[in-house]
Design a protein around this ligand. Structure first.
Ligand code: SIN
Length: 277
């Protein structure tokens, strides 16, 4: 096996592991790599949708997205299509997937189907390191507090994505849940900074103004470049990220606004998480 680190903060590109081997022994190797590096990448993996699903199922029950419909033959797979004239670009801001759910996603397995010839990288930031390096005064202030995470609602999705369909529920409500700001990773026992710019709205127990000020500082801290890695995709790459301990940002620097007009397609399977503690 070969491991190439993407940065000193997190992320590794792995060679020499067969992702179609879902034996307990091979899965343990993959999960250990994930816990250590937080996001792992495997290039040149023309694996089938069934293989992608079988690998995801080793991590736990699969999650149905709150708003987005999966593929007809494979409802477990959400195809993220960033079309040529999309108004908005999925994931184009720092976030942890569906942190507004009561049990937010544990991990995601993403396969690149179509990659633009330029741009479209994804950045990840290490939230264990973000907690460790956070200003101790802020740590003290928020260590036992919770924050409210809210979704953008189905309307946002339906209005902004031309090439993806909303799910049958047509649920126009937005979801909102409270989670500890410093959660404990259920497998490693490490503290993780669990807020994100896209979905975290307010710290419970603080006035809105103070909450906004602290969240602003935290969001800036989380985005510090020395906490991140950046991945330049090629087609048929499989990425697995631990959605509990990273936030990520899909850079949409290939869209028509810049006159490039490319598209980007990814197949996403999410694994159900637990109630953050
Ligand atoms: C996501 O934000 O869930 C997808 C990331 C990507 O498309 O790179």
């Amino acid at each position: 096996m070969e491991i190439k680190l993407l940065s000193g903060a997190l992320g590794a590109e792995i060679k020499g592991i067969d992702l179609t081997d879902v034996s307990d022994v091979n899965f343990k190797k993959i999960n250990d790599l994930l816990l250590e590096h937080k996001v792992i990448f495997f290039r040149d993996q023309p694996i089938t949708k069934d293989h992608q699903i079988a690998l995801a199922e080793k991590f736990g029950p699969l999650e149905t997205h709150a708003y987005v419909k999966g593929l007809k033959e494979y409802p477990e797979i959400v195809r993220i299509v960033k079309g040529k004239e999309e108004k908005n670009q999925w994931g184009e801001n720092w976030h942890s997937d569906v942190s507004y759910n009561s049990k937010p996603t544990k991990a995601v397995i993403l396969k690149s189907i179509k990659i633009p010839p330029v741009g479209g990288d994804t950045c990840f930031s290490n939230m264990e390191l973000a907690w460790e390096t956070l200003d101790p005064k802020i740590q003290e202030k928020i260590k036992d507090k919770k924050a409210i995470h809210s979704s953008l609602g189905a309307e946002f999705f339906i209005d902004n994505y031309k090439y993806m369909e909303g799910n049958e529920k047509r649920n126009y409500d937005s979801y909102s849940n409270e989670h500890p700001i410093a959660r404990t990773h259920p497998e490693t026992g490490k503290k993780i900074l669990y807020v994100n710019w896209t979905y975290t709205k307010q710290i419970i127990g603080l006035e809105k103004e103070e909450s906004d000020q602290i969240l602003k500082k935290i969001f800036e801290h989380q985005a510090r470049l020395d906490l991140t890695c950046r991945f330049n995709w090629t087609e048929n790459t499989i990425a697995i990220w631990d959605n509990r301990s990273v936030i990520h940002y899909a850079i949409a620097d290939f869209f028509p606004g810049r006159g490039l007009g490319h598209e980007r397609i990814m197949d996403r399977i999410a694994i159900e998480g637990d109630h953050p503690q």
